[in-house]
Design a protein around this ligand. Structure first.
Ligand SMILES: *[C@@H]1O[C@H](CO)[C@@H](O)[C@H](O)[C@H]1NC(C)=O
Ligand SMILES: *[C@@H]1O[C@H](CO)[C@@H](O)[C@H](O)[C@H]1NC(C)=O
Ligand SMILES: *[C@@H]1O[C@H](CO)[C@@H](O)[C@H](O)[C@H]1NC(C)=O
Ligand SMILES: *[C@@H]1O[C@H](CO)[C@@H](O)[C@H](O)[C@H]1NC(C)=O
Ligand SMILES: *[C@@H]1O[C@H](CO)[C@@H](O)[C@H](O)[C@H]1NC(C)=O
Ligand SMILES: *[C@@H]1O[C@H](CO)[C@@H](O)[C@H](O)[C@H]1NC(C)=O
Ligand SMILES: CC(=O)N[C@H]1CO[C@H](CO)[C@@H](O)[C@@H]1O
Length: 374
């Protein structure tokens, strides 16, 4: 069957981009190869938590009509099997959300297909978000919350970055599942079969090869600036003693390394995932206040901007998955290649042949033309 489109995932374009930027320059001076034209020497990656594209950036279409965002005409029925069901239209009134909308494998299946039957709908109708949110807990009724996005003025940092830099509006979560499978994909291109967060396996560590080892192998540098717990330690290979010094406390070292021009070629910045007494979580995950996430992104951006490395830096701000929030762009559900042939656990036996819901991605660099809509 011919493929209708090139599947996009958080990992695939990412690894490709990195390969082009960092891993391709010729190392053998005698070889006749075209010199690399990329001015980028430092790629900084920040993976925020649990928000869809439309929820965070959909209304940025007002600023730039080229962005495939929301305009208020999108809606979900409260009951997908009732043609008379009342409709919930997508709004721009999002605020602090508590509790957390569903984003398990089952929940996402119902959100994108409108039912638990994923067999026959391509493209999927993206009409089950309101219904799924209501069914999770009718007394909490999160239907309105998931059918809502931020007004650009409520996410002022993104508003500024979207006007100045590039927004990707066809970037989907790698797996239609929860946080950790998607986070595993980001730096290794696979979740090694995981379709949910399984604490025992996370503690044990996942065994796949990661981009960090590839970067090492190419003689380049990497570093992880973490706050409370580095999620990258869920890769077992990164627990090797030789890598201990690659893990740096964000608060103590990110700004000073940036100021001194010492950020490694592949720099990962991890946010605070849990509230501390003195510092609230800043990962954007509900119920964590988006304001703190915005302040964190601003701090990372301003730190890089003031660094002597700025002229050779690219910052990628992306999200692990959509967190249960509505998105109107149909998730690619056919022809997605499995990274390694590993089949997920029962009862779904998922073959990694479809992607998750669209997530926000913004790429920031002095080499990007202002306001690039895609
Ligand atoms: C890796 O980073 C170092 C230090 O910034 C830089 O000198 C070097 O050119 C970078 N390598 C590549 C391939 O960008
Ligand atoms: C949804 O609509 C169908 C068809 O009218 C009905 O059978 C079903 O009970 C409704 N579900 C809920 C949760 O109201
Ligand atoms: C889909 O399955 C889940 C259990 O996996 C169930 O809670 C939910 O009600 C089902 N949804 C529909 C629309 O049948
Ligand atoms: C849930 O919320 C929606 C939107 O506010 C509302 O239309 C609907 O009637 C509510 N349903 C229940 C069962 O509370
Ligand atoms: C940025 O890099 C380009 C090309 O590498 C160079 O021409 C330019 O002078 C640099 N600008 C600054 C401010 O360093
Ligand atoms: C999933 O795989 C198991 C083990 O191979 C098999 O017993 C089961 O029937 C499969 N389930 C589905 C829904 O295909
Ligand atoms: C950091 C954080 O709280 N992230 C949440 C995102 O969603 C997953 C479920 O996939 C939660 O387990 C995480 O806690």
């Amino acid at each position: 069957m011919p493929r209708r489109e090139t599947p996009t995932s958080t990992a695939a374009p990412f690894l490709l981009l990195l390969h082009l930027l960092l891993l391709s320059p010729p190392t053998n001076v005698h070889a006749v190869q075209p010199p690399t034209t990329s001015p980028i020497k430092t790629v900084v990656v920040l993976v925020m938590e649990n928000r869809s594209f439309d929820h965070m950036l959909g209304w940025m279409k007002k600023l730039n009509p080229e962005i495939n965002g929301a305009d208020g005409s999108q809606w979900n029925p409260l009951n997908t099997s009732d043609p008379e069901s009342s409709r919930l239209y997508f709004r721009d009134q999002a605020h602090y959300v508590d509790p957390d909308p569903g984003h398990s494998f089952q929940a996402i299946r119902e959100q994108i297909f409108g039912s638990n039957d994923s067999s026959n709908k391509d493209p999927p109708p993206m009409n089950g978000f309101a219904q799924q949110a209501l069914s999770m807990d009718p007394s909490a009724n999160m239907s309105r919350d998931v059918m809502n996005g931020f007004h650009p003025d409520s996410v002022a940092v993104y508003k500024a970055l979207v006007s100045e830099f590039a927004v990707f509006d066809r970037w989907f979560a790698s797996v239609p599942a929860s946080t950790q499978p998607n986070r595993l994909y980001v730096h290794s291109g696979t979740s090694h079969g995981a379709t949910s967060n399984i604490p025992a396996l996370l503690v044990k560590g996942y065994p796949q090869r990661t981009i960090f080892e590839n970067i090492d192998g190419a003689g380049l540098s990497w570093g992880i600036y973490y706050q409370n717990i580095p999620a990258t330690l869920f890769y077992r290979n990164l627990r090797k003693l030789k890598y201990v010094s690659r893990f740096r406390p964000y608060d103590l070292e990110f700004k000073s390394h940036a100021r001194q021009g010492k950020l490694p070629n592949y720099t990962v910045v991890e946010q605070r995932y849990t509230d501390l007494k003195t510092a609230p979580a800043n990962d954007d995950h509900p119920s964590h206040d988006v304001y703190h996430g915005q302040m964190f992104v601003k701090e990372v951006y301003e730190t890089l901007r003031a660094s002597p490395q700025w002229n050779e830096t690219m910052l990628v701000i992306t999200y692990d998955e959509h967190g249960g929030f509505y998105d109107h762009v149909a998730t690619p559900v056919r022809g997605v290649p499995s990274p390694d042939g590993i089949v997920g656990p029962e009862p779904f036996n998922f073959t990694f042949d479809r992607l998750g819901v669209r997530v926000p991605t913004i790429v920031v660099s002095p080499w990007i033309n202002k306001g690039t809509g895609k």
